[in-house]
Design a protein around this ligand. Structure first.
Ligand SMILES: [Zn+2]
Length: 494
């Protein structure tokens, strides 16, 4: 299919040429586990609607898409900037035919699509839809090194990114052109991976940015080259996998460890990041959910997180990060590293492929750690590093607060027993406007749905949510390139 795009603020007007028949607009974006119903942004189309995202069209037809999303999974058009993640704008007919697009603007355009005259092309929809396009009169291409670039309207010092990319390339050994599409925004949208690029949209004060760059870059191997066999691409329905702990969490681990090794993140920030992942394993959700189940339920849990998430589920990012460390620690004992996995599994791998590799390296506990509740990761870590839960038994209520609004109530905690619920706003503590502190007993004045009520809250004993870790000696040297490293979690629970 051939697309001619005529941009204006908030909209892209598109003239499409294909063959008479059905066109399909994707309902979600690969790499993101949310049915976004992208076709809802279609505001007009010359064609007959035959389902929510399929249309019968003539050989040539026009359509208009509302493009006002700052999310790099979708598309944005303003008076001086365009970003397009292709599934958000372009439909497909035959998966395996050529797709070309031309943007009718005089601005610099960056994309990894192949240039053919005025058009940018790819030989099938899979690679076409995996190739974002960015354009602006203010667009700059910042060189990281001979192969890697940042395309952005903002400034970015490439030094730390250069160091971490070199570290990753040294481990995984591939030199090919790659672009980071990067933009600052008023909100954190994170990143999304593509084979030859990634798109990153972060707030101006985002910390650990280099870990995010490393994470997206590592997806070039983990997910875009090697991916779970059950994650077959289907643009119209959910695909389920038990393996996101590996695809995402272990990617996060490799990103963190690479950034720490080359000194591109502060060890304090990185230590907090790791310790917070450990701390999440102390909540009820980690006693209820395995990493396999957390992966499989991402469409309804992780990507639709509510205020009860820490009670009901666990993040496969956090769990996979910890499991990555456990596996890497075992591999260092036999002179290998986690990165070597990719030399030993097929490009479409199953759990058994991974298990077989680790068993061959003398590690037999992978199945237990993936398929039993995630709390087992914390126990396993204690056998490898110095890990302690330091606030066990201290007085607590079981509440997380955002200023004076309750954002989390731990199951079976004193706050739960006192029937405090999320979104309660605490407007009085013992008849004053003091901040809530942990005491034997407090009388709370609460606003719930606009009604005032009084609740008596007695503290109980904390099951322990503050985690400290320390790693030293050979293990620390082999993995982190540090003689010693420690971290402490900072999740705030009263
Ligand atoms: Zn990722």
């Amino acid at each position: 299919m051939l697309f001619d795009v005529f941009p204006r603020p908030r909209y892209l007007r598109v003239r499409a040429k294909g063959r008479e028949g059905v066109v399909i607009f994707p309902t979600y974006v690969p790499g993101s586990y949310l049915v976004r119903d992208l076709e809802r942004h279609l505001v007009d189309i010359e064609g007959i609607r035959i389902s929510k995202n399929r249309f019968y069209v003539r050989e040539e037809f026009w359509y208009t898409v509302y493009t006002s999303s700052k999310d790099q999974r979708e598309a944005l058009s303003t008076g001086n900037y365009i970003f397009v993640n292709p599934p958000a704008v372009f439909p497909f007919q035959d998966w395996n035919e050529k797709y070309c697009v031309r943007f009718h603007v005089d601005w610099p355009i960056h994309t990894t699509l192949r240039k053919e005259g005025e058009y940018y092309c790819s030989d099938d929809y899979e690679s076409f839809s995996d190739s974002p396009i960015q354009a602006s009169p203010d667009l700059k291409l910042v060189r990281i090194d001979d192969y890697h670039y940042v395309s952005s309207i903002d400034d970015l010092d490439p030094e730390k990114v250069r160091a971490v990319i070199r570290e990753i390339d040294d481990r995984l050994g591939q030199r090919a052109e790659y672009i980071f599409f990067f933009r600052r925004s008023d909100k954190n949208y994170g990143g999304i991976e593509h084979l030859k690029s990634s798109s990153i949209v972060v707030p101006w004060d985002r910390k650990d940015l280099v870990v995010l760059f490393a994470h997206e870059y590592l997806h070039r191997w983990n997910v875009k080259t090697f991916r779970p066999k059950d994650l077959e691409l289907d643009m119209e329905k959910e695909v389920l996998s038990d393996m996101l702990w590996f695809a995402e969490g272990v990617t996060d681990y490799m990103a963190l460890v690479s950034a720490v090794r080359v000194g591109a993140v502060s060890t304090e920030e990185a230590g907090k990041y790791l310790a917070n992942a450990m701390a999440k394993m102390t909540f009820p959700g980690a006693r209820r959910t395995s990493l396999a189940e957390a992966s499989r339920t991402t469409w309804i849990k992780y990507y639709k997180q509510d205020e009860n998430f820490l009670n009901s589920s666990v993040s496969y990012y956090d769990g996979g990060l910890l499991l990555g460390l456990i596996l890497d620690a075992h591999l260092t004992r036999v002179g290998e590293r986690i990165f070597n996995v990719f030399k030993n599994i097929p490009q479409r791998y199953t759990f058994d492929d991974l298990d077989r590799y680790f068993r061959a390296k003398g590690y037999v506990d992978l199945e237990r750690l993936v398929y039993s509740p995630a709390v087992s990761l914390l126990e396993e870590l204690k056998t490898l590093l110095d890990v302690s839960v330091v606030d066990q038994g201290i007085p607590y209520y079981g509440l997380m607060m955002d200023n004076n609004r309750v954002i989390f109530v731990e199951d079976d905690s004193p706050a739960d027993v006192s029937s405090i619920i999320p979104n309660d706003t605490i407007v009085g503590v013992d008849g004053t406007s003091r901040q809530l502190e942990v005491k034997d007993e407090v009388n709370l004045t609460i606003v719930r749905e606009g009604r005032l009520m009084n609740i008596k809250l007695r503290s109980g004993r904390s099951p322990g949510h503050k985690v400290r870790f320390r790693v030293r000696g050979e293990l620390s040297q082999a993995i982190f390139n540090l003689n010693e490293w420690f971290g402490e979690s900072n999740l705030s629970i009263l």
